[in-house]
Design a protein around this ligand. Structure first.
Ligand code: FAD
Length: 404
């Protein structure tokens, strides 16, 4: 019987010391002012080479990151395997304006991660941010920017955009596609799945376009490429239906990871500043409705693979229940759950205990490179509407149960 309140199962993998440390850390993150100050000062302190790496490593890094390298992450990967939990390996390169050698280097790293994943029993996926493989300003130039009226990233529409590029930009675009293709090809060969992360709306159209192009090429017989859909956007139900139709028209598996979305404040601020309609829903309830509608729709599709990437208990329960119903009707999409490493253990380990497919999204990399990711986790866990209260109360409950 699935019970997300079972803290004994949720934290079985943590020693008393580790649990006390988590209690301390999530307790600190309740202080909004402290988190705001910390997220401002940490990158500056690192730039000034102040000796804070040890402190970061012993706190946020240990809680949310697998290790500084793939090899170092093996201990966490193996521990999760013992608990029947998979991992989605995340080589943490983040967007920025780089040059071709840097993007080619990232490509090599991704190939290494894919090969490494294929040697592990519990690493069926890796995640990829396309802004780590090609120029963000180029993606921005190719965006359709249809904020008040939904427009699908059709070949015809994207070709119009591509024609506006100069020769150098066209070369960069083709290189980005080649790099992504190489990643998907390697993943296909060794049996690993690729999740293409969703990013900001002003660069998302070309990302969707590439994700669909790769899905069409590699998902003919199995799910290799997963696009990500962010349901905090008010146009994503239409996008989901159009993408699904595309998969039917071209006979490939509809493989998607669904999220609510990570850049809400940034999106709203930009829309206000530049004076266009915010792409984000007006309230959380609408987001939840769309997210849950997507779960129901996708689970009813026979040729689909769904990853419910969420820490929301209601959506997780809904997916479990709905999937049981689809089981009966024989019309069943493949279903997988995922949470971030260091968060919502009560979902992950209780889902795994019930025999469901579940993974932890596991970033790894040198401390200075994963700092932006760590700062996002600290902010997310400090917001009033965020997870911290729930997270902290479960940790405290388990401490009490253990008498520590
Ligand atoms: C495995 C995994 C992969 C992920 N990959 C991506 C990715 O590729 N791209 C990406 O953007 N994010 C990604 N995320 C992050 C994800 O978007 C956030 O974890 C998520 O937003 C938190 O939502 P939740 O479903 O866990 O639950 P909840 O805690 O129920 O929802 C919180 C979310 O709801 C939305 N929200 C909150 N308040 C409002 C409001 N007033 N109005 C409108 N919306 C509101 C925001 O999106 C907020 O983050 C990923 C998360 C996981 C676990």
């Amino acid at each position: 019987m699935l019970n997300f309140n079972n803290t004994e199962k949720a934290f079985a993998y943590k020693s008393n010391e580790q649990l006390k440390k988590a209690r301390f850390l999530f307790g600190l993150m309740q202080y909004n002012g402290l988190v705001k100050l910390g997220t401002k000062l940490t990158p500056i302190a690192l730039k000034m080479r102040l000796p804070i790496k040890g402190l970061i490593r012993k706190t946020l890094f240990e809680q949310f990151v697998g290790g500084q390298s793939l090899e170092e992450s093996s201990a966490v990967i193996n521990m999760l395997n013992n608990q029947h939990v998979d991992v989605i390996l995340d080589y943490g390169v983040e967007g920025g304006e780089y040059d071709d050698p840097k993007y080619d280097h990232a490509l090599k790293e991704f190939i290494k991660v894919i090969r490494f994943a294929s040697t592990k029993k519990n690493a069926p996926f890796i995640s990829v941010k396309l802004t780590g493989l090609g120029s963000t300003s180029l993606l921005e130039k190719l965006n359709l920017n249809s904020y008040d009226k939904f427009e699908f990233v059709s070949e015809h529409r994207m070709n119009q955009k591509i024609q506006s590029l100069n020769n150098a930009e066209l070369n960069s675009w083709e290189s980005l596609i080649k790099r992504t293709e190489k990643i998907c090809q390697t993943a296909d060969e060794v049996g690993v799945g690729i999740m293409i992360d969703a990013e900001e709306t002003w660069i998302q159209d070309p990302i969707d376009y590439i994700a669909l192009m790769m899905s069409k090429k590699f998902n003919k017989h199995k799910s290799v490429v997963y696009n990500t859909i962010q349901f905090y956007r008010h146009d994503r139900i239409e996008f989901m239906h159009a993408s699904h139709q595309e998969s039917l028209d071209h006979s490939y598996t509809f493989a998607v990871k669904i999220v609510r979305g990570a850049y809400m404040e940034k999106e709203r601020d930009r829309a206000e500043k530049l004076g266009y309609l915010s792409p984000i829903h007006i309230n959380k309830q609408r987001v939840d409705e769309d997210y849950n509608h997507a779960i129901k729709f996708i689970l009813d599709q026979p040729n689909a693979s769904l990853i419910v990437a969420s820490h929301n208990e209601d959506s997780t329960y809904l997916a479990v229940e709905r999937s049981k119903q689809s089981d009966l009707s024989n019309n069943k999409a493949e279903l997988h759950f995922s949470q971030l490493y260091g968060m919502s253990d009560h979902l992950t380990f209780n889902l795994a205990d019930s025999g469901l497919k579940v993974s932890k999204y596991l970033p790894f990399g040198p401390i200075e490179e994963v700092v932006p990711y760590l700062m996002r986790r600290a902010q997310e866990n400090s917001s009033v509407a965020g997870q911290t209260n729930r997270e902290l109360s479960l940790i405290k409950e388990e401490c009490k149960r253990r008498g520590i």
